[in-house]
Design a protein around this ligand. Structure first.
Ligand SMILES: Nc1ncnc2c1ncn2[C@@H]1O[C@H](COP(=O)(O)OP(=O)(O)OP(=O)(O)O)[C@@H](O)[C@H]1O
Ligand SMILES: [Mg+2]
Length: 322
């Protein structure tokens, strides 16, 4: 198969916006289409949409949804002893049947290293992040003295904003006892995610957790330790690159952000979204697949997607009747 055929073949499999043979999702997030089911359950379809800088691009990434959903499922199973999670079943690589929870109004970001947004704040002279003091003399991508919780608000539109733990409590967003539990669980999840990454030669740099409440129980929702919610570095080259202040070899959706920055598209996204070239979409797919294979230790067998909407309609009908 020629390179062009290979690319076209892959690009034909993108799931962008789903409808279950005419039934539209009850909620469409940036990446997920959500269909309500009886008994406080929901079918979450992880699509191939990709977002960066809070913009969703019309061109999707082949099999990204399957890769993300399966990585999340792999990790959810592993973290069960630390915290209950929302997954009830994964009846298709793009679909998770989940327990519907009341989402908490904050996202819990945990950072082990000074990267991404935290580095940008630090580099511009900021020495506090979400109310936490940062020591002097840190380099880009350097390990923090200990993992930091740097929460953000969960904006219904626009950017999520940094918020301190004090503000979360004083603003009444989360009850103090619940927040204590969230902090403990988040740090312990981060430890476990770091451990799992290390076994695969990766460093879990930072990640974001979303929690919900169901029957007064704290439940981990959405996704966990996926490349969409986390940043990973390759451990073997980490020290060398740090010493040279070279960019780290990383596996995350930073690729799209970096491409946008390199091509100077990021300043103008509100006015015009650039078209993502086919080769970029294929290379992002390959990075996601690489991470899947590294994290799960299994090779990725894509499930072809033609006919997905009809499959989804049958699946929803089955759950509706159950
Ligand atoms: N078990 C659950 N119960 C309730 N809500 C959930 C559950 N799991 C995920 N969600 C919510 O479903 C949505 C998933 O959509 P998605 O991840 O595509 O959106 P997003 O990028 O987070 O942005 P937004 O939802 O703000 O558009 C999120 O708002 C998430 O909080
Ligand atoms: Mg999300």
């Amino acid at each position: 198969m020629s390179q062009t055929e290979y690319s076209q073949n892959l690009l034909d499999h993108c799931i962008n916006e789903t409808d279950a043979s005419g039934r539209l999702p009850d909620y469409r997030g940036k990446v997920r289409d959500i269909y309500n089911l009886p008994d406080n359950q929901m079918a979450i379809v992880v699509t191939d949409r990709i977002s960066a800088f809070d913009h969703i691009f019309p061109e999707a990434i082949p099999f990204k949804g399957q890769l993300l959903n399966l990585i999340a499922w792999h990790n959810f199973k592993a973290i069960q002893p630390v915290c209950p999670h929302h997954v009830l079943d994964v009846p298709h690589p793009n679909v998770t049947i989940a327990r519907r929870c009341d989402p908490l109004p904050v996202e819990v970001v945990v950072r082990g290293y000074l990267a991404g947004h935290a580095w940008r704040v630090y580099d511009q002279g900021g020495r506090t992040l979400c109310g936490k003091k940062l020591p002097e003399g840190l380099r880009r991508n350097e390990a923090l003295p200990e993992p930091l919780i740097t929460p953000t608000t969960k904006a219904t539109r626009g950017h999520d904003e940094d918020i301190s733990e004090d503000e979360i409590i004083s603003g009444g967003l989360v009850h103090p006892d619940r927040w204590e539990e969230i902090r403990r669980v988040s740090l312990s999840l981060f430890d476990q995610g770091s451990e799992m990454a290390a076994q695969k030669g990766l460093i879990l740099v930072d990640t974001k957790y979303e929690f919900g409440i169901s029957n007064n129980e704290l439940v981990l929702i959405d996704e966990v330790h996926t490349p969409d919610s986390s940043r990973y570095f390759y451990a073997d080259e980490y020290e060398k690159r740090l010493a040279e202040d070279a960019p780290q070899k990383q596996l995350s959706k930073e690729f799209l952000r970096e491409w946008l920055i390199e091509n100077r598209h990021h300043e103008n996204l509100d006015n015009q979204l650039p078209r993502l070239p086919d080769d970029l979409r294929i290379s992002i797919y390959e990075r996601y697949r690489e991470l899947y294979e590294k994290l799960t230790g299994t090779s990725f067998e894509p499930t072809p997607t033609p006919g997905f909407n009809a499959f989804l309609a049958d699946l929803l009908a089955w759950y509706d009747r159950k």
